[in-house]
Ligand binder design. Sequence first.
Ligand code: AHR
Length: 504
Amino acid sequence: MVTARLTVDPAFAVAPVDRRIFGSFVEHMGRCVYTGIFEPGHPAADPAGLRSDVLDLTRELGVSLVRYPGGNFVSGYRWEDGVGPVGERPRRLDLAWRAIETNAFGLNEFMDWAGKAGVEPMMAVNLGTRGIAEAAELVEYCNLPAGTAAADLRRKHGFAAPHDVRLWCLGNEMDGPWQTGSLTAYEYGRLAARAGQAMRKVDPTIELVACGSSNSGMPTFAAWEATILEEAYDQVDYVSLHNYYDPTRLDEASFRASAVDLDRFIDDIVATADHVRAKLRRTKRIRLSLDEWNVWYQGNFTEPEDRPIAEEPPHLIEDDYTVTDAVVVGNLLISMLRHADRLTVGCQAQLANVIAPIRTEPGGPAWRQTIFHPFALTSALAHGTVLRVALSAPAMSTERYGDVPALDAVAVHDAEHGNLTIFLVNRGASAVPLDLDLRAFGGLAAAEQVTLTDADPGARNSAAEPDRVVPRRVAPPVLDGGRAHLLVPPTSWHALRFTLPASS
Ligand code: AHR
């Protein structure tokens, strides 16, 4: 067996961890909202109908920010339908998912939920069937204190204080032919610039996210980003990235190596944004918002056009995640951390039921899927500055990416509190011996190790067995003069924490 080597040095700082990368996403889709986070009458529902069991799990997951209300849903949504007296709200056909939207849950219910969950709200505006005026008015409703029609309407609806939403998405996946009101890159770039300008006239302090490509496989990928940024560079702060990794359409090894694809995707968007920066002779750098990412068994998905209109919240893409999926999710988080200098917002899609870490049964329990655990632990432990690591590891062969290292890792250094945490995966199917070199730190005192792996990489959690797969605390590697040796099991994710003398 070839031994891998991992060297970590505090000098190789990338950037501070931005807590916004631990975001999630709540869309009016399937059972994410209805019977997910919101279920009046459920035994665990609070007086507002919010499921307290799901709120507890959201806090435990360590979610920092939540994008709302879509997704494809937002491109046909009228935000006014979801505010004011519930009994007066209209039933509408949701064009994205062909489901009846009762509007029993809307903007103010979401803000109430976000406050209780302790998360920052990230709002998306409809640039599919609507435009500049409605987007600006929504900012006015959310962020102005009083004295204008929209702000006073919010107050009339019982919310005296502004919601003060900082982060706004200018539409959703506007390059996608499936998107209601999809546009060409030029059309979207102009619209995003003008909508952003108007929204900033209402509140100059908001941050704006332009839609990047729906995924890196889109025919217009990168050309889309170049064109829209040429039109909207001065108005926006972020460009979005969306990517889902599909075990049904990739060979097993390529799926396990999904983070290789995410690394390339991020690097390509950074290069494209910086090309536009050079061309326009600007100093500002555009940041990246990976505001939809996850594992999604897309091969099992039925297109909305092929389904009858749903009266009840339909069970849409309720994927059951395996141990392998959890390792892939842990690896995608490693990739995100590695790019902390440019990628500062991330939203795992979605939070509850719909390709989600949290699953619920209507009227029944809520439980943690396998993918819950690497997210929760990374969010809990990744405080401080990301460090670039030097890693050499045996190769694994993949159909899509060729030979890639079987191991991947990143480190986060919290000098203030004296912590060094290494996040490590073995995405291969064989154990790999690893030599760890931490000599550059000096005086490492203690360590703990939390590991997610299983003899059955296909094991899943369920309502009947919610804790079939859980992370386990294992004996940490023994340090000898700043060096350690460990055997990294196949298909495994690890957080290794070392304590250092805290800096004075
Ligand atoms: O998260 C599910 C859907 O995937 C979103 O609505 C859309 O933005 C993406 O294509």
